[in-house]
Design a protein around this ligand. Structure first.
Ligand code: PAF
Length: 251
């Protein structure tokens, strides 16, 4: 696996790909089996696979959340190498934001709901950084996990709104055997937190109105950020030991 740190170098290498298909998986590091399932598909379905590891500060509204994000670059490299990824793009802030975030991409409707209502500016940061990655990597296909379903929908809308020739591939949530959606943030939970966390999915899957589910979550020991049913899907975010967990299910 070749590690590339600058846009100039990536663009030079990109020229050598010619007509080959390019599968891209953007990540913020802290890689787990959910990410690996995306990598596997990107490798299987394309001639060339590219991953990025970049902890994007512009999508964190909470400084503490950014500072405590559990990621280790050496571990991430080893995992990607083992998975068989061809290229890793790992830029820094000055590389990604030569404009120091003077320019930003905003969606005015859905990005203000659900997680967007609770994390002001979050989706501006996500859309902006992914647009930058797409312009650098110029992937044929890009892979996103359905755990961040709102993110996937907003990115899909962005690609359509800007006529971008990129196929977005949504990939199913990878869960622990106990139902807990795999997330880098699970690593921030204590042993007790990890024992309670699977109840989040169990309660979401148990049916009932938004209010009933929120009440069940509170009673189980979660602090509810929101529970919303929209377009045949239930979305929720909760805090457990100050760690923010999200999940969603079709219903
Ligand atoms: O889903 C994520 O890990 C991030 O939001 C992404 C898409 C890599 C952008 O920073």
């Amino acid at each position: 696996m070749k590690i590339i740190k600058t846009v100039e170098e990536f663009k030079e290498i990109r020229k050598t790909f010619g007509d080959k298909s390019v599968g891209f998986v953007p990540t913020m590091g802290g890689l787990h089996n959910g990410h690996l399932s995306l990598m596997k598909r990107a490798i299987a379905e394309n001639d060339i696979s590219v991953a990025s590891v970049y902890l994007n500060p512009t999508q964190f509204n909470d400084k503490k959340d950014l500072e405590t994000y559990p990621a280790n670059f050496a571990d991430d490299c080893a995992l990607l190498e083992k998975a068989g990824v061809d290229y890793l793009f790992a830029p820094t802030y000055p590389v990604m934001y030569p404009d120091d975030y003077a320019y930003m991409l905003t969606e005015k409707r859905f990005s203000k709901e659900l997680c967007g209502a609770k994390r002001p500016g979050h989706f501006d940061g996500v859309l902006t950084v992914v647009m930058k990655f797409f312009n650098i990597v110029r992937p044929t296909r890009a892979y996103f996990g359905e755990k961040d379903y709102q993110q996937y929908k907003l990115l899909d809308g962005m690609v359509k709104a800007f006529f971008m020739d990129i196929e977005l591939v949504p990939c199913p949530i990878v869960r622990e055997e106990n139902g807990l959606a795999i997330s880098s943030r699970n690593r921030k939970l204590s042993k007790e937190g990890l024992a309670l966390a699977p109840k989040f999915h169990e309660i979401l899957a148990s049916g009932g109105s938004e209010e009933e589910i929120a009440a069940k979550l509170e009673a189980a020991g979660f602090k509810v950020d929101y529970v919303t049913i929209k377009d045949n899907r239930i979305y929720a975010a909760v805090f457990l030991e100050e760690v923010r967990l999200i999940d969603n299910l079709e219903r």
